[in-house]
Design a protein around this ligand. Structure first.
Ligand code: SF4
Length: 164
């Protein structure tokens, strides 16, 4: 049987694409189980949007990822640069990849201004969190793609077992 496709944040696969030039790999047993059940499709929206690695940390100012997509909020780096266009471009590329592969689920990095699915940082670089999604997650969710984070792998695998 063909394995269903799953979009996965490249940093969770251990690729050194985060703003600080490092990855954040999932534990090996989880990676093994996910690759057994899914066809893993690596994405890094910020890299695909043209941003370098390493790069200045960025947060969403004035709302969440959906607000950025709708032009009501902006993604601003710690050095004051507006990188909203790159974030939106990367989100669109992630969505194109999901549609191309018929992807209905994604496993993306928590709290990221691109990939976060429940919380993001406040926009003030003060380590405070607020409810909301990152830009890529918001776009994927608008197209019916269910986004999990790295603390929800058990739940994701449960859905895989139920679909098997
Ligand atoms: S944009 Fe997403 S995949 Fe890329 S480094 Fe940030 S959290 Fe990881």
């Amino acid at each position: 049987m063909n394995k269903p496709p799953l979009l996965v944040s490249a940093c969770l696969l251990g690729q050194p694409v985060r703003y600080d030039g490092h990855g954040k790999a999932l534990p090996a047993p989880e990676l093994f189980e996910l690759s057994r059940r899914y066809q893993l499709l690596s994405i890094c929206p910020e890299c695909q949007g043209g941003l370098p690695t390493p790069r200045p940390a960025a947060e969403i100012s004035g709302g969440d990822g959906g607000d950025v997509l709708d032009g009501r909020a902006r993604v601003i780096t710690q050095t004051g640069q507006d990188v909203s266009c790159a974030f939106i471009d990367g989100a669109r590329q992630a969505l194109d990849s999901a549609i191309h592969h018929g992807c209905r689920q994604a496993l993306l990095k928590a709290k990221s201004p691109s990939c976060g699915n429940r919380q993001i940082y406040s926009g003030h670089f003060d380590q405070q969190l607020q409810q909301g999604s990152g830009v890529t997650t918001a776009l994927l969710q608008r197209h019916g793609i269910h986004v999990f984070n790295e603390n929800e792998v058990d739940r994701l695998l449960l859905t895989a077992k139920q679909q098997a």
